[in-house]
Design a protein around this ligand. Structure first.
Ligand code: MLT
Length: 270
């Protein structure tokens, strides 16, 4: 479905009834990464999975402030809040974010704490980028400009999956690459600059007063386990699930275990 919010056409998938569960995808992905969750969790919740601006089927649109096309995490969070407004959802929702989606979920929580009933943070971190990570983002921006989106996707695909998934599980690497390729150049560059400039959210962690489920793939090549453990130690009502035989895309690589953890979390909230 499409709706016009914040001066662009946003695509979102919505299925099920009950407690709203907002799924925020990672970079450079779109709502299709959540297909195993949308189909299963919609039996228990009202699942809402948008394509962030410039991703998937959502229009690319310049950021509201003209400063250099940076897609700030806060801008994506504001777009998600506008979608909830558009859907008439005033009750607090459970927000799930994977990786960049987690950065956005924390930005959402910071600005709209009263709209959040629970948090699910997967394969993400609260800290800001290290200098090395910033350099890598600038290199990825240069690659995207010079060689196109496909070159960035090709370089990223093996890193987003566990080695075993990449080598053995037929179909998933190809499917993941196809989802990632469906991004505008604006979003590919804007997200990288937005992530590079995102603030450190570590100081807010001990103020989080909603139940929080942390999910991590044991073979994640992008986020070290320590980053998830920091969140587990600081967020008061949090629990950490480490899923074996999964990398960064833990929800796609081990959907049954991921969904089971989410289902139990949602049941405790009913
Ligand atoms: C993601 O999966 O969203 C990105 O890898 C996050 C990042 O680049 O920090």
């Amino acid at each position: 479905m499409y709706t016009k919010i914040n001066n662009f056409q946003m695509y979102y998938d919505e299925r099920g009834t009950g407690l709203p569960l907002l799924l925020i995808h990672g970079f450079p992905l779109n709502h299709m990464m959540w297909e195993p969750q949308i189909s299963s969790l919609s039996a228990q919740a009202r699942v809402i999975a948008p394509d962030l601006r410039g991703h998937g089927s959502s229009q690319a649109a310049p950021p509201p402030t003209m400063e250099s096309q940076v897609y700030k995490m806060q801008m994506h969070a504001d777009d998600c809040a506008a979608l909830l407004d558009d859907l008439g959802i005033t009750q607090p929702v459970v927000i799930a974010g994977l990786s960049m989606g987690g950065y956005i979920a924390l930005a959402f929580l910071q600005k709209y704490p009263e709209r959040v009933a629970g948090l699910i943070l997967a394969a993400t971190r609260a800290g800001a980028d290290s200098p090395a990570a910033r350099d890598n983002r600038l290199k990825a921006v240069a690659t995207a400009k010079e060689s196109g989106i496909g070159a960035v996707v090709d370089a990223m695909t093996p890193k987003l999956l566990s080695l075993a998934t990449y080598n053995n599980q037929t179909g998933l690497p190809t499917r993941l690459a196809a989802i990632m390729a469906n991004i505008s150049l604006d979003a590919m560059i804007g997200d990288q600059l937005g992530m590079l400039n995102r603030p450190d959210s570590t100081a807010m962690l001990d103020q989080i007063n909603v139940p929080t489920l942390l999910i991590y793939g044991a073979d994640d090549q992008i986020i070290p386990l320590e980053d998830m453990q920091i969140m587990r130690a600081k967020i008061p009502a949090s629990e950490l699930h480490v899923v074996l035989d999964a990398g960064h895309m833990v929800n796609m690589e081990q959907p049954q275990q991921f969904n089971q953890a989410v289902r139990e979390f949602l049941q405790r909230k009913d």
